[in-house]
Ligand binder design. Sequence first.
Ligand code: DGL
Length: 273
Amino acid sequence: MSNSNPIGIFDSGIGGLTVVKKISSILPSENIVYFGDTARVPYGTKSNDTVIEYALQDAAYLLTHNVKMIIVACNTASSVALPVLKERFDVPVIGMIDPGAKLAIETSRSGKIGVIGTNATINNKAYSAELLKHNGSLEVYEKACPLFVPLAEEGWIDHEATKLIADEYLHELKEKQIDTLILGCTHYPILAGVIGESVGENVELIDSGVAAALVVQKYLEDQNLLNNQAGKGKIDFYVSDLSSKFEEIAGRFLGNPVGEIKKIDVDELVKLI
Ligand code: DGL
């Protein structure tokens, strides 16, 4: 494996660009290949079997680009498919759950930690299992917040409706007096302002994408696999469906306009596994 090989990142759709943003700011010299399964998004409402099948195809697609590692930016796919992906592929696979959980444990003083995510992530209890594995005396409170995904995509970052929905979802966690809240979904960092306002300033928000970016950096350093090129790395974007709103939403999630985007047929993905 050469240092200049790209890092592969996949997500159910556009949301994983929040993770690309963090990786490319911490590791600007790295080349990145991003795949967003926009034809089959959302994953958060699908069965575990379906998410595992899609995640295997997404990871196999990234490997056609000779990626040196795979980052599962999608929290839903991380919560369901990580063990299968690790077993199936030879390259290292890093998900969102373990890094996010560890950063939350380091951050919390009271040991009362909240977790929000899609229905699938919360129903699978991926974060609570990981948190309690490290420290059985933690108090963990989880809440699925499915409406945050379309609100983030719609750009309703500071909208009155978003504030009302945030209060409705988060009041239970606030009543439990959590001091740390894991944003366990690619889309939620976009709504961090409203979420933070709703739970109150004493609650630290944990962005699993930031936590994962730090784990990736350490891994590449330890393995001597950092890309040492002087200039900025190249980011290639691939999606399975290209809608007219893609560029607008993608730009918001990435924090920059997205360059050229290539479309991959789902039929091609299915053939890979
Ligand atoms: N990317 C998903 C996640 O982080 C959110 C969108 C979806 O449901 O596919 O869980």
